[in-house]
Write a protein that binds this ligand. Structure first.
Ligand code: SF4
Ligand code: SF4
Length: 92
């Protein structure tokens, strides 16, 4: 059970300090989660702290590939508009 950081991540460092398990580390092209350390914050916090602080939509996903901050959830820009403009190809 672990979250993953994927391509929309902009390597901003915001999530690194809030992780209770030091599971997030610097990497290229984007930061990564050590799956052996990530507990999804269960037992430590009410919600995954990385996703709570991440300013980028769809940068953090669960084991099903579902974004914890889906497109439109932070910016309010409708997903259909993002697809129409070619910013994303499809919903996560
Ligand atoms: S879900 Fe919690 S334990 Fe897992 S990487 Fe994010 S902050 Fe760390
Ligand atoms: S807070 Fe989000 S964008 Fe910033 S490093 Fe973490 S996953 Fe990447």
């Amino acid at each position: 059970m672990a979250l993953q950081i994927i391509a929309p991540c902009v390597n901003c460092w915001a999530c690194v300090e809030v992780c209770p398990n030091q599971a997030i580390f610097e990497a290229l092209p984007h930061f990564l989660v050590d799956e052996a350390k990530c507990t999804e914050c269960l037992g430590d916090e009410a919600e995954p702290q990385c996703a709570a602080i991440c300013p980028i939509e769809a940068a953090i996903v669960n084991e099903l590939g579902e974004a914890l901050n889906p497109y439109g959830s932070l910016t309010g820009i409708p997903m259909g508009k993002l697809i129409q403009l070619g910013i994303i190809r499809s919903a996560l």
